[in-house]
Write a new protein. Structure first.
Length: 446
């Protein structure tokens, strides 16, 4: 692999660029007009403007991205996360042009991208799923299934995921309307009205397993707890989770079994819910590198993006599962340009004063620089602050210290830093009493 085109922006474009440079791979960064002064553009070997600020005309603009790859002579494309990262048609077109797609195969994406199909495959692979149905054929079927399962139930869009197109239903009276509305919303949002039903797991932990495959074998790189989220936007993640070892073991084995069952290639994440009795259920798989991958890198000492490059270059994974070691505890906080005092509404601005923390066990993944103007067209992530220490209490203390040092100020700029300081001081968080309703129940969120 001689030259990679990075089809993304912000901190993940910088993250990919860093590993490419260490591998001696030339970098081409595509960018919108709004990102012409971004750090990845400034650091790349080549930069190609692919369109106006709006994502549809730039980072989602397949013809322009493919043209940039051909014109620059890139022999690989890394999609990062979001945008085209899980777009099977894009991955197919990249391969059709003889360019390596650094990520899973289009088949992996098609199979696992449909949430009802992913459930079916999980069942075939003997992986526990939440009691529920495949795609609903009728409202009648929904009623019978809900009777069988017991209320509350949750309706989910097959083409949804990440919390989009979900609806909790508490009684049979509301079920019919809910099914019809969910189908309408799914058709409007995803062009696919298929919905399925699951028993609603009250107060679960949201735990996800990192895997990496080379098409022959799959390794797990342990798990992450992502329960601290607001409206399905993760805010703080940590590795490992706080589950008892026998539950963790089952979860990790299930994840590898499912990924091997589909011949999974590259990095991927299997999401599970774990109830208060320690029962774990597969709910969906993300066929991409994720924002929170650094906490896994910190407890294993591995470079996941590097592993993706090597797999995409045709190298079989050299590591065996027993070589994958886990040490200590890592925590990541997402620093967004949002105002926690104003219901997390966007609060962007120019970065006037910027001081990142450092010292032992502290990592900053951010594209910010002093004077950088945060463009309003994209997500609000300014950067991720990640810490590692020998155990969770020490990691919490280190994160509090790192946040204390961080200075990120500018006219009109507000960030989620004060929110994270409160979470780290919260007694329930400190003793690990963390479930998906943590923000709503413990932080007065919604
Ligand atoms: C669930 C659930 C409870 N029961 N499924 C699916 C997508 C993922 N990002 C969150 N999802 C959930 N699926 C069943 N059967 C709880 C969640 C969930 C959640 C749901 C509503 C509001 C906030 C949530 C935060 C994390 C997990």
């Amino acid at each position: 692999m001689k030259k990679v085109l990075i089809a993304n922006r912000g901190e993940i474009a910088l993250r990919i660029l860093r590993t490419a440079r260490e591998l001696g791979v030339k970098t081409v960064v595509v960018h919108s007009e709004a990102d012409a002064e971004s750090l990845p553009v400034l650091l790349a070997d080549e930069a190609i403007c692919i369109g106006p600020p709006s994502p549809a005309e730039s980072y989602l603009n397949i013809p322009n991205i493919l043209s940039a790859a051909i014109v620059s002579g890139a022999d690989a494309i890394h999609p990062g996360y979001g945008f085209l990262a899980e777009n099977a048609a894009f991955a197919e077109m990249v391969a059709d042009h003889g360019i390596a797609f650094i990520g899973p195969t289009p088949e992996n994406m098609k199979l696992l991208g449909d949430k009802a199909t992913a459930r079916k495959i999980a069942r075939e692979a003997g992986v526990p799923v939440v009691p529920g149905t495949d795609e609903l054929a009728s409202v009648e079927e929904a009623k019978e299934a809900a009777q069988e399962i017991g209320y509350p139930v949750i309706l989910k869009a097959s083409a949804g995921g990440g919390g989009r197109g979900m609806r909790v239903v508490h009684t049979e009276e509301e079920l019919e309307r809910a099914v019809l509305q969910a189908q309408e919303e799914a058709r409007a949002a995803f062009g696919n009205p298929a919905v399925y039903i699951e028993k609603y797991i009250e107060e679960p932990k949201h735990v996800e397993v990192q895997v990496i495959g080379d098409g022959k074998k799959v390794l797990h790189l342990f798990e992450r707890d992502c329960s601290i989220q607001r409206r399905h936007q993760k805010l703080l993640e940590e590795a490992p989770s706080l589950l008892p070892d026998e539950v963790r073991k089952g979860l990790l084995q299930s994840a590898v079994r499912l990924a091997e069952h589909v011949g999974y290639v590259s990095a991927g994440t299997l999401e599970f819910l774990v109830d208060r009795e320690g029962n774990y259920y597969f709910i969906e798989m993300n066929t991409r590198i994720q924002v929170e991958h650094p906490v896994t890198e910190m407890i294993t000492g591995l470079d996941l993006i590097r592993m993706q490059f090597l797999v995409a270059g045709g190298e079989p994974l050299k590591l065996r599962q027993k070589d994958v070691e886990q040490r200590g505890h890592a925590i990541e906080v997402r620093i967004n340009a949002e105002d926690p005092e104003k219901n997390f509404r966007p609060a962007i601005g120019q970065i006037e004063t910027l001081h990142w923390p450092g010292g032992p066990g502290v990592r900053v993944d951010s594209h910010l620089y002093a004077g950088y103007k945060v463009p309003p067209y994209y997500d609000s992530l300014l950067g991720k602050l990640i810490v590692w220490d020998e155990d969770r209490p020490r990691a919490i203390q280190r994160m509090r210290r790192a946040l204390f040092e961080t200075v990120l100020e500018g006219p009109g700029l507000r960030t989620t830093i004060p929110f994270h300081k409160k979470v780290l001081d919260n007694a329930f968080f400190r003793r690990g009493a963390v479930y998906t309703n943590f923000v709503a129940r413990r932080m007065g969120g919604d």
